[in-house]
Write a protein that binds this ligand. Sequence first.
Ligand code: B1M
Length: 222
Amino acid sequence: MSEILSQLSYCVEFGKIDKLSPYPPDLKGQDGADEIAKRALDAGIKPDDILEQALIPAMAVVGDKFSRKLIYVPQMLMAAKAMSSAMKHLKPFFQSGETKLKGKFIIGTVAGDLHDIGKNLVAMMIEGGGWEVIDLGVDVGTEKFLKSVEENPEAIIGLSALLTTTMENMKKTVITIREKYSGIKILVGGAPVTMEYCKKIGADFYSPDPQGAVNYLNQIVS
Ligand code: B1M
């Protein structure tokens, strides 16, 4: 990997967003993911190489460390922010179709549920894994999910629930989406959700953490 891409990868893994960002302390005053991603493009490195050789591997390391409890939510959030600051330079290339993403992922927290910290982490990790993410936000009713599926029929759906009471809404949404779009892949997650519940409501996969979600999506397209 070129020097510039390994610098970028390091910034993402350790959450160095931009030059002004004081975190991590050993990189204070140095360029972050924001400046280095721009420099990589200016140097003629292709956006897909930046994504595939620097950003995706760095986020995979972050996801793996989080799954193994070697880092926690704050470090993961910083890494995801660093990744997003690099992605903003790459997005125009993906939006123009010049560079292809792996696919689309629709995500939302189910109706009646306002918890979004975990859902946002999952969304950021999946974006960092090279997917276009359509984030419907919190308290998302079945109709809103259905409308988004209608607009993006090739997408994979992700539902998050943090309350035992809203797990019932997750079930209703999964059943309704399934009735209309039998072949669509549905991923579920959130603290009270389990693989057993996933199977019971007819979803395709349950992941306890963001990296498991990324791995599942990658496995579908591979
Ligand atoms: Co609430 N809350 N909360 N809360 N809250 C919990 C969830 C609770 C466990 C606290 C407790 O009682 N110990 C409890 C739920 C009990 C239950 O039903 N089992 C609870 C309750 C009861 C409530 C209220 C009802 C309180 C009240 O008003 N009486 C109320 C409900 C509001 C509503 O949603 N309608 C409420 C409100 C809130 C706040 C708004 C104050 C705030 C949310 C702020 C926000 O999200 N923007 C809040 C918070 C912060 C929490 C706790 C403290 C932290 C949740 C969190 O962000 N965790 C939580 C207690 C706790 O967990 N210690 C609690 C960190 C986050 C990274 O983890 O969300 O689990 P998590 O996400 C993980 C995985 O689950 C997974 O990946 C993430 C990273 O590993 N994951 C997925 C998540 N979604 C995924 C989707 C996937 C795959 C993986 O695929 C699609």
